[in-house]
Ligand binder design. Sequence first.
Ligand code: NAD
Ligand code: UDP
Length: 335
Amino acid sequence: MKELTRKRILVTGGAGFLGSHLCERLVAQGHDVLCVDNFYTGSKDNIAHLLDCANFELMRHDVTFPLYVEVDQIYNLACPASPIHYQHDPVQTTKTSVHGAINMLGLAKRVKARIFQASTSEVYGDALVHPQREDYWGHVNPIGPRSCYDEGKRCAETLFMDYHRQHGLSIRIARIFNTYGPRMHPADGRVVSNFMMQALRGEPLTLYGDGTQTRSFCYVDDMVGAFILLMNCADDPGGPVNLGNPHEVSMREIAMRIVALTGSTSPLETRPLPADDPWHRQPDISAATRLLGWRPDTSLDEGLLRTARYFRARIAASQQPLPQAGAGASVESAP
Ligand code: NAD
Ligand code: UDP
């Protein structure tokens, strides 16, 4: 890669689900990648295959503390993303979103780097507009159990926009809709990982509510491709951009698809709907398509098949006898 196009790129949360795929893609493109993570929900196993690459570096660091490095671009992904993880220590979740954004924006300002924020469809809350477009301001409970995440991410968006207006910082904000794929944490409580693990173990699938609530699921490879396009697009988007797959499904439907494609005999078992669980969610991605020429192209069935392969392999690995001390292999444990 030419020195002019080769960039020094910081990925915070780089040892997590999306971050590890992003690091992998950027390393393959020949960039110098610095992965920063405090391993709160991420894991070294997610990036173990990159550790021997000369253009990859790993740093244990918590983004709620200032960071002094020299880079050309910053992808700010550090933040627990699944409801059980972000609700486990809600104060820390808000700190990670808000203090983390302030620290990374301060870094970007000092080194004049372009900075990308992993925002979320949760900024729309339990949306009253469907599908959700970027100009919808949302319907968020500011004091409920999801608020630490929703309001933290909303405040981070405010900070990004103000650093842009006040300091002329070059920013990109992606509003990410539900994304799934290999390296999701098997115990993160998200619907795809829960249903996969339950189906593969022959346990009942835990359907919350009556299962008519909907989400729109994007496969990880499609999403990571959009991150890089958005970061590098020449035109200023002028604000946040929705990224996701508009194919909307109910939770009952995705449960039945997962049972069918894993060949499982697991029954569905209903459980109470969690507080403030959004009813319907579907991205309007016309801005992303116009700006980036991007549309996701992995079908739900294909993406779920690839994800099932990953979870099957993990279950098989966890059932193997532990390696002898010093043998080098590791079996990841759930937190
Ligand atoms: P993840 O939990 O797998 O990854 C988050 C990573 O951030 C982990 O490696 C974790 O250890 C790290 N982290 C958390 N707090 C940190 C801190 N204070 N300092 C340094 N590192 C810290 O989640 P993910 O699904 O990969 O999500 C990545 C980003 O994308 C998050 O910001 C999330 O809000 C956003 N997002 C994800 C989805 C999705 O469906 N996966 C949807 C919307 C938004
Ligand atoms: N859900 C479910 N069973 C589970 C986990 C989740 O029915 O075992 C539902 C949950 O109530 C929500 C949807 O699946 O309606 C998506 O949940 P997830 O936590 O994956 O993402 P989010 O709610 O943040 O979009």
